[in-house]
Design a protein around this ligand. Structure first.
Ligand SMILES: [Zn+2]
Length: 637
């Protein structure tokens, strides 16, 4: 209705204006529906680092680092001490003079920019640099005590293209008493994440990543090689990203054997019980044990340590072709009833995601689900809170494990384009949920947690385009844009393309870009390329436009073959829908329309329904694409 008023208002203006070519409608063509691109992204395409067909360009590059880290965590002393050697490789054509470093735990410093408030228990004095060598030369770090999560380091000598630089850094910080994504889960159970200084990403479309970490947006990381040694007191177990290199040094033989058995076992094995931990039957009986982990081509490493958590393990075949198994482990408080099922939930998730959606074998050797407070994914690690309802525990675990593919395997810049990882994790969460619970319950769950918020909130912040940089969004708008809205866009695409074509396009995107840093245009271009269709009208409608979901039935006109049902897209999002027709004889008919119904005209559609019967009522049903105003979804004679 609003649209027709605008049309009427424009008509007299045009009528009394002399005809002029500039007022003629723009010719329809590729240029008229080209996608908006930020200047840095457009420059990357011109430089050939990205290709218009959606592939990495002939000049694509990315930088990387080799991290050797030694860290000690010695409860009850809260001070974490670390030392690292970073060899950073500059594969770019640029000379780098002042690399940006990320000090993520500086978010605990009083005064740090943050999306939410901070309690006294959350605050610490942040990271303290004890020494810094650049290429073995002592180098001052003038901003160490004043910076927050980003610190620029002027290099004594520029880092030339295709050269490397070596940083040796010693640091310490106090672990936060309040555990969120990292910190103290209890006095003797800690989660170490974001704990080491790292070189920020330098890329081809944005240069240095200097976005503040504010606990709303997440991360953007290079693919690095890591060797990490974690020193803890005796009787503390360390769970972490990567291969545990020295199980026989740190575990008692019987426990090492059970861990080893779990790697090939379908059945869940209790590797260490609460009683084993209390009786000191688990770790080597030295004053301290140093647990050594290695992982290559991975965006990050995190660790859980505890002197009383229970340890379960099993494994699951994730690649039928090679019969490769991935380990699933869990560390938790014996009192958390749902965590006793967690390894089983993890096996199910790894197997299902590998074989169904995205249908790509789980790309790592393991996944460890830790009982904490975060509801958060890390490479090969999940930190989840316990729930009374095991269905909800499984739902959260499945979402976090789905993140393995996006952002980690795919190297997403989630700080800026969060919908590229949260949107996919939410899509996979819905698809595995449908397999677990049936379509009806999964859809109800999805609407409750992911899409009702947008439908019911008329704030214009909710309607900002999904492409809006995530670091420019308030936490609420971030939540809807990154999760529910984006998932609805991907699911509308799936509905329109059909499962086989959609899967082919998704898997081709993953083949082209895993281990790299794709941006939204690479995905849109890949789908256009793989399907041979210019879907820019769809990308523009779903990802680049302000809008919300509201369709309305305007009327139904009798034709020779039946009826033309006229449908208006009031909110503007290209959603699929079902047309339920009711006839005067009491019979009904349902006609599904994919989002393709909006390809020619984004605002108005006419859907012919062939029938010899007399139409009495039309009802539009949008399912998980929750309609903000369903009062205009019904027409009757
Ligand atoms: Zn997520």
């Amino acid at each position: 209705m609003r649209i027709s008023i605008v049309g009427l208002a424009l008509a007299p203006v045009l009528a009394c204006t002399p005809a002029s070519p500039s007022l003629s409608p723009a010719p329809q063509g590729v240029a008229s529906n080209a996608l908006y691109m930020p200047r840095g992204v457009a420059a990357a395409f011109r430089k050939g680092t990205r290709s218009p067909d959606g592939r990495p360009g002939p000049n694509y590059w990315q930088n990387r680092g080799r991290y050797d880290i030694q860290v000690s965590a010695l409860p009850p002393n809260r001070t974490i001490r670390g030392s690292e050697q970073i060899t950073y490789f500059n594969n770019s054509p640029d000379t780098l003079r002042n690399p940006n470093f990320k000090f993520l735990v500086n978010i605990h410093k009083p005064g740090a920019p943050r999306g939410f408030g901070a309690s006294a228990d959350y605050l610490t004095s942040g990271v303290h640099i004890d020494s810094l060598l650049v290429n073995n030369q002592p180098t001052p770090w003038p901003r160490a005590e004043t910076g927050y999560t980003n610190v620029r380091l002027p290099l004594p000598a520029p880092l030339l293209p295709h050269d490397s630089v070596r940083f040796s850094i010693k640091w310490h910080y106090d672990i936060s008493k309040e555990s969120g994504r990292e910190g103290m889960i209890d006095s003797t159970t800690w989660y170490l994440a974001y704990f080491y200084p790292r070189v920020a990403v330098f890329d081809d479309y944005n240069g240095w990543d200097t976005m503040d970490f504010n606990d709303v947006q997440e991360f953007y990381s290079d693919f690095n090689d890591y060797n990490v040694a974690v020193t803890v007191p005796a009787n503390y177990v360390v769970w972490g990203t990567g291969t545990l290199l020295n199980p026989s040094d740190v575990l008692q033989p019987a426990v090492a054997q059970k861990l080893n058995q779990s790697m090939t076992s379908d059945q869940v094995i209790n590797i260490a019980s609460r009683a084993d931990m209390a009786a000191h039957r688990v770790t080597a009986q030295k004053d301290r044990n140093t647990w050594r982990f290695r992982a290559n081509d991975i965006p990050d490493m995190t660790f859980n340590l505890s002197d009383h958590y229970v340890w379960d393990g099993a494994s699951v075949v994730v690649d039928d072709a090679t019969q490769r198994r991935a380990s699933v482990q869990s560390s938790y408080n014996d009192t958390a009833a749902d965590f006793h099922h967690m390894v089983g939930f993890g096996q199910h998730a790894l197997g299902w995601l590998s074989h169904n959606w995205p249908g790509v074998p789980y790309p790592y050797e393991k996944s460890t689900i830790v009982q904490g407070f975060a509801g958060m994914e890390y490479p090969m690690m999940v930190n989840d809170e316990p729930y009374a309802d095991t269905v909800f525990s499984r739902f959260v675990a499945e979402h976090e494990i789905a993140h393995t593919y996006f952002p980690f395997y795919m190297g997403i810049n989630e700080s800026r384009y969060a919908f590229m990882d949260e949107g996919w994790a939410t899509t996979f969460e819905y698809l595995i949920g449908t397999a677990d619970l049936g379509a009806q319950r999964a859809s109800a769950f999805f609407q409750q947690f992911r899409t009702n918020g947008w439908a019911n909130n008329p704030s214009p912040l909710e309607d900002l385009p999904i492409i809006t940089p995530a670091d420019g969004l308030s936490p609420f708008a971030y939540g809807d844009n990154a999760y529910g809205k984006a998932a609805l866009g991907y699911l509308a695409l799936k509905d329109m393309l059909g499962d086989a074509t959609f899967k082919n396009a998704l898997q081709e995107f993953m083949r082209r870009w895993h281990g790299k840093h794709p941006i939204p245009w690479d995905f849109f271009n890949t789908v256009n390329n793989v399907t041979g269709q210019n879907l820019n009208w769809f990308w523009n409608g779903w990802f680049f436009s302000n809008g919300y979901i509201d369709v309305a039935v305007a009327g139904a006109d009798k034709t020779g073959d039946g009826y033309n049902v006229r449908i208006n897209n009031v909110g503007g999002m290209p959603v699929p829908l079902d047309i339920h027709a009711q006839y005067s004889d009491g019979t009904t008919q349902t006609v599904h329309q994919s989002a393709a119904m909006w390809s020619a005209n984004a605002k108005n559609a006419v859907v012919p329904i062939a029938t010899r019967k007399t139409l009495s009522l039309v009802h539009l049903e949008t399912g998980i694409w929750v309609d903000a105003d369903s009062t205009n979804n019904i027409w009757h004679q």
